[in-house]
Design a protein around this ligand. Structure first.
Ligand SMILES: [Zn+2]
Length: 477
């Protein structure tokens, strides 16, 4: 058994230990790229299943575009190339020959997709056009960390074109809210939503909407983004259509995405000293049944009950595993499933069979021995279903409490800056909107995570001019 680093003393090391011990992922021989192992990939598949359905319900269709993009495409939108140039991986040789035009491994697919949109959009009848792609992308990051920042990662990228700017803006916000709701309802992760400042915006966007989660160490993690691209790409890629009155117009576009980073967030928001805790709705295994016996006679009795329960949970569509391993002690099995974050453990021993009961242990309620619950076998499947709902609520509640406990009001930077250096968290303050004031945060290794809609502070945290809106300042992953 591998001992995990102390979650309070060494959170970054704990994070890496948990990923290794739970077999979610592993470093690969390709620098900066990870191998997502079956247990980790099963979580991503569950995320995909739910999100894919929700994305399609917005009228968006899935499609697939090439991994390699002609270099000239990337250069067509000025801000886009400026923003992405340092991170591009470029193919210059193929088939044993130098290519006439280098091909860029996609860092994102705006350029390819809007090129195709220019062929597909000819009339107002073709709008809105909503396309999504599930794919891998590559950004040559210098400092990588599994799930949070790797050179290759998995995501979905949605791209839409609309007749009016208003419609595009509404749709970008709709997607931001869809993601926010998904994170709460399926991953038990609360977020603060708002807009990015100009310096933090996506390269080529007019507005970037974000939703920021707080990790247990008080640092922020950008969970995903939704951009109003307006006409930057549609002009660069010459998308023209005829409106109802016969006028030639250029559409307004959006793009939005969420990545495998959400798995990193899940680890950092919910995990504890014993390992992962996976929210029941996306857990590859929501319930594990552990039969406990010493001899063959007991084994038959215990397995009789265990298999019955296994089947009735399967029938209820609950992802359940019956641990039939006979080489491990019960204690080793408890550890095995605990570090993997299975939310609910059922123990069945010979005494339980006699009493017609099973033992339930909730992964969120820590104390291994004190928190055992005994329930009658007849009520077990119903009760387990109920407990999974309860566990989700407990996880969300715990994450919210943590977030609130590290949400501070900030006034002047000279006051909250030094505090922020020592104590992570979200610092809510006012901002005039000037970039020079924003840049002052660098001294404390912090950034503006998002602009809020509310205004509680009259003045800017730096220059004292009148504040335009409240902001959240934090250190971030
Ligand atoms: Zn200012």
């Amino acid at each position: 058994m591998q001992k995990l680093a102390d979650i309070k003393q060494n959170f970054p090391e704990w994070y890496l230990n948990v990923i290794e011990a739970s077999e979610l992922a592993e470093n690969s021989p390709t620098p900066g790229c990870i191998v997502i192992r079956p247990y980790g990939y099963a979580i991503w598949e569950n995320i995909q299943k739910v999100l894919d359905k929700q994305i399609k319900e917005t009228g968006t269709q899935n499609a697939y575009f090439p991994l390699l993009i002609p270099e000239s495409f990337i250069k067509r939108e000025a801000k886009h190339v400026e923003g992405f140039s340092p991170e591009l991986a470029v193919v210059t040789y193929a088939g044993g020959k130098k290519l006439e035009e280098p091909l860029v491994v996609r860092p994102t697919s705006e350029t390819m997709i809007y090129h195709m949109f220019s062929k597909w959009i000819k009339s107002w009848r073709d709008l809105p056009l909503k396309i999504n792609q599930w794919a891998n992308v590559m950004r040559w990051e210098m400092r990588t960390r599994p799930f949070l920042r790797t050179r290759e990662f998995l995501w979905q990228e949605g791209h839409t074109a609309h007749d009016s700017l208003k419609e595009a803006e509404d749709f970008a916000i709709k997607m931001q809210q869809l993601y926010k709701k998904f994170l709460e309802e399926y991953m038990a992760i609360p977020t603060i939503d708002g807009e990015k400042s100009e310096s933090e915006r996506f390269a080529g966007a007019d507005h970037t909407y974000t939703f920021e989660g707080m990790m247990q160490d008080g640092k922020a993690l950008q969970m995903g983004t939704s951009h109003v691209l307006a006409q930057s790409f549609s002009k660069a890629f010459e998308i023209f259509y005829q409106d109802k009155d016969g006028n030639i117009k250029t559409p307004h576009c959006t793009s939005w995405g969420i990545t495998t980073r959400t798995i990193g967030a899940m680890i950092m928001v919910h995990g504890d000293q014993n390992g992962l805790i996976i929210p029941p709705k996306i857990a590859p295994i929501a319930v594990v049944i552990i039969p406990i016996f010493k001899n063959d006679e007991d084994k038959i009795k215990v397995f009789g009950i265990a298999e019955k329960l296994y089947k009735s949970l399967k029938d209820k569509n609950i992802s359940v595993e019956l641990d039939e391993n006979e080489t491990k002690t019960p204690g080793a099995k408890f550890y095995h499933w605990e570090v993997r974050g299975v939310p609910l453990r059922i123990e069945i021993g010979p005494k339980d069979v006699e009493k017609n009961q099973v033992v339930i242990v909730n992964r969120v309620e820590q104390d291994r021995d004190k928190k055992k619950e005994f329930i009658s076998f007849e009520a077990a499947d119903f009760k387990i279903e109920e407990m999974l709902v309860k566990i989700h609520a407990q996880m969300l509640d715990r994450a919210r409490t943590n977030m609130q406990s590290m949400h501070h009001e900030g006034n002047k930077l000279e006051e909250f800056g030094p505090k922020l250096e020592k104590e992570n968290g979200f610092y809510q303050t006012g901002w005039c909107g000037k970039e020079e004031c924003e840049a002052a945060l660098k001294t404390y290794k912090a950034t503006i995570r998002c602009l809020l809609k509310e205004k509680t502070q009259p003045n800017c945290f730096k220059c004292n001019d009148s504040s335009k809106t409240d902001i959240i300042v934090a250190k971030a992953y």
